[in-house]
Design a protein around this ligand. Sequence first.
Ligand SMILES: Nc1ncnc2c1ncn2[C@@H]1O[C@H](COP(=O)(O)OP(=O)(O)OP(=O)(O)O)[C@@H](O)[C@H]1O
Length: 242
Amino acid sequence: MTAVLSTHGLLARYGDFQALYGIDIELHQGEAVALIGANGAGKSTLLRSIMGLLPVGREMVRLHGDPVGGTATDRMVQKGVAIVPEGRRLFTGMSVEDNLRVAIDQAARMGAKGGWTLPRLHQLFPILKEKARTQVQSLSGGQQQMVAIGRALLCQPRVLLCDEISLGLAPKVIREIYAALPEIRATGTAMIVVEQDVGLARSASDRLYCMLEGRVTLTGRSAEITREQIGKAYFGAGHGVV
Ligand SMILES: Nc1ncnc2c1ncn2[C@@H]1O[C@H](COP(=O)(O)OP(=O)(O)OP(=O)(O)O)[C@@H](O)[C@H]1O
């Protein structure tokens, strides 16, 4: 079966600094894949490379088998890939609804079709209806994250890239946000979830990739990989179990 999204020997640099050294990953329809690894392992760089935010070779990223590496970000969104970026990047000074309408208008301009509407999103995160007129900077971190996820969903993605959506949030809020992911997958959307919390990453994914210093050091089914394997892959051989 052709992967929805795949990378092939993906290399990425920031000037002279090489951040990724030949990354091969695959994501299949409706699948959730977790990307774990210590700070600086290259997880965000991988998502940014897929999204066209860093220059990469055309053959290094494939969408349904078609080479798309280096495609501009708005074109990637048009092709059905959306990102929930680290730090959320909402439009401050605008209400929740206006933030979401930016995505609705963008999707309409691109001719993107799918099942995500404002009422559907309000079912997923009811607080977004209650806070529709509230300026996003007045929301809690968890509510802001829900807006960021909503904004990505309203682009009608077939592939959703989530970059550390639990960062800085209370455990109860993290549970609430992660509880929404199976509903999103049920619509057929595949997702890559970058997550620092290994337990959370495992429970939210079918498969995982562990990265270390710009390379994939471990991959397999999340339920089958042992803590010891993850510990070695996370810190390099010779280190203890996480
Ligand atoms: N804009 C940049 N310019 C130069 N180097 C960068 C830049 N962004 C990231 N890097 C470097 O690239 C490497 C990978 O960073 P990246 O942010 O992808 O890691 P990460 O696994 O997502 O970690 P984190 O959990 O801290 O976000 C790190 O060594 C980082 O310092």
